[in-house]
Design a protein around this ligand. Structure first.
Ligand code: NAD
Ligand code: ZN
Length: 368
């Protein structure tokens, strides 16, 4: 299958996302086709990427002067100290604004490297090569970069668009199933907030997508990116429309935080649970079409995705969950602001509910 190109036009940058298989053997050609030039580059590489892939990338860039910095990707390491290490290398090797940082890894590596790139001399060239499904469909689009601090996740950062994104599905072959599920949660989210036909495609081809069969996996990534693209192009700095991307996320953040961001529940799994909570809450408030609600539940069960919050929480966790929901950085007052669903493809934003309403709802979810 030929690579697919998606052009992103934000106010600050125009760039392309190239989606395909085996792209990393052709990086030089892709750079030329996209008129991207630099003399030297720093590859920031997730330590879990196979050495074989890295050799291919190095071979493909053999005309450039290149340095490699290995990075142990984890939420703990997505911090200022690792940004500093990257900046140190760039300064030490005399990088200029015309040179390039290339991130090769998942969202953690991309967010950290992109943030460092935005800071170095107020910004040098940045290429993102996302290697997880989540980073290919979500974090590599939209220009949000940043790090965690002891006060919370992603609280420090910048908006900085890359010059190019290369999404090679070959990387996904070494990705653990759980990480695939995590990325799939965001793909499903995109379909639910924007495109019923895409949802129907996912429902029909779910097995092929999880088997990474071509062209199904490429199409799932492409359609998903297209949805995020259209949202971020219209609302680059997260004013209003971009809120729809938070579908399921107010619940999800509270679930993750209540478990102390432990390995028991990762972000994508929390999003899948969070979307189900948002759907049940939509049903309870008679907002969503019943057929759509039951179709989505069936899909989640067919795909074997996490589905019951009571597997992770007990009634005693209720207050913790609620207080994290109220603290979610996207909430502006004591009321809880939710993104809900009217029908597949039609989200509702800016719905505010009192903590009491939600307390009753979550209690009933935990009992059911
Ligand atoms: P990640 O980068 O931590 O990767 C998950 C795990 O997979 C890591 O252990 C990593 O080493 C490993 N890995 C990466 N590529 C691999 C491969 N090809 N084969 C085998 N293992 C591989 O996490 P993620 O899920 O990609 O991204 C999550 C991060 O993205 C979070 O920090 C989140 O805050 C951020 N995020 C950012 C945005 C944004 O808009 N910038 C959006 C969503 C999420
Ligand atoms: Zn998410």
């Amino acid at each position: 299958m030929k690579p697919i190109k998606l052009k992103i036009n934000t106010k600050t940058q125009k760039y392309s996302i190239i989606i395909g298989s085996n792209l990393i053997t052709n990086i030089s050609k892709i750079l030329k086709e996209n008129s991207i030039n630099f003399k030297q580059c720093l590859l920031i590489v997730d330590k879990n990427i196979s050495k074989q892939f890295i050799s291919k990338i190095k071979r493909s860039l053999n005309k450039k002067k290149l340095y490699v910095h290995f990075f142990k990707a984890s939420e703990m390491n997505k911090n200022f100290s690792n940004v500093n290490k990257i900046l140190d290398i760039l300064l030490n090797k005399n990088f200029s604004r015309e040179d390039c940082v290339i991130s090769i890894g998942g969202g953690v590596t991309g967010d950290t490297s992109g943030f460092a790139a935005s800071l170095f001399k107020r910004g040098l060239k940045f290429i993102n090569i996302p290697t997880t499904l989540l980073s290919q469909v979500d974090s590599s689009i939209g220009g949000k970069t940043g790090v965690n601090t002891k006060y919370g996740k992603n609280l420090i950062g910048s908006f900085y668009q890359p010059n190019l994104v290369i999404s090679d599905v070959k990387f996904l072959k070494t990705l653990p199933k759980r990480e695939l599920i995590c990325g799939y949660g965001e793909i499903l989210k995109h379909s639910l907030i924007a495109n019923k036909n895409f949802y129907i495609f996912l429902d029909k081809n779910i097995d092929k997508i999880f088997k990474l069969s071509s062209p199904f996996i490429e199409k799932a990534i492409y359609e998903s990116c297209k949805i995020k693209k259209s949202v971020v192009e219209k609302d680059e700095k997260e004013k209003d429309l971009r809120k729809i991307l938070n579908f399921g996320h107010t619940f999800a953040h509270a679930y993750e935080a209540s478990l102390g961001y432990s390995k028991k529940l990762n972000h994508g799994e929390a999003v899948i649970l969070g979307m189900q909570s948002a759907l049940s809450f939509s049903l309870k408030n008679k907002l969503i079409k019943k057929n759509d609600y039951y179709s989505i539940l069936k899909h989640i069960s067919k795909a074997n995705l996490p589905s019951k919050i009571k597997k992770f929480f007990k009634i005693k966790d209720l207050n913790k969950i609620l207080s994290f929901m109220a603290k979610d950085k996207k909430n502006t007052s004591n009321k809880i602001n939710l993104v809900l669903l009217k029908k597949i493809g039609y989200p509702i934003i800016n719905k505010e509910y009192k903590k009491n309403n939600l307390s009753e709802f979550i209690k009933s979810e935990l009992r059911n």
